[in-house]
Design a protein around this ligand. Sequence first.
Ligand SMILES: [Zn+2]
Length: 205
Amino acid sequence: MFTPDRQKSISPDEAMARLKAGNERFTASKSIHCDLMAQVKQTADNQSPYSAIVGCIDSRVPPELVFDQRIGDVFCARVAGAIVNTDIVGSLEYSTKVAGAKAIVVLGHNFCGAIKSAVDGVKLGNITALLKNFQPALATLSKADGHRDSHNDALVQKVAEASARLTAASLTKRSPIIKALVDAKQLKIAAAMHDITTGKVTWLS
Ligand SMILES: [Zn+2]
């Protein structure tokens, strides 16, 4: 388990490497972190997670499982389409500046319902406001991307990747606290895509 000392001693590069290795175990059906009740007991008194992950609510993309991490290893913020808002940026500031995590991963995925809805311009209840978060990613589209609807798989994938990249890049702009940690090399931020058909995570940055 991650103790405060162990968390402190891990570098941002090592934090990213742990997540990559975990996804390799997961896709090889070699997950090793399955004794959950033992982990509950180990972490009962405190937590020292080494990474923070922003992911989608999609039922097929649970970050702890796809990165083969233990209870107590990672902070997770999940919201449709893996966007960030003030509350999530605040949660990431807490995860890193206050609680010591060394890596932030914005984890998008293919065939994302939120991205598809944004592509189709869905208007429904509070979803309308949520989908406004994808405007910057939608703005990366050009005529060459073809017809703008959710049946255009390549276009949906392009928007999903753009959204993960732009969201990751936005964190240092939205948060002077996160920027200072990155500048001091105490934190790394990456964007990644999870393939729901293979379980494999591809790193975009
Ligand atoms: Zn999704």
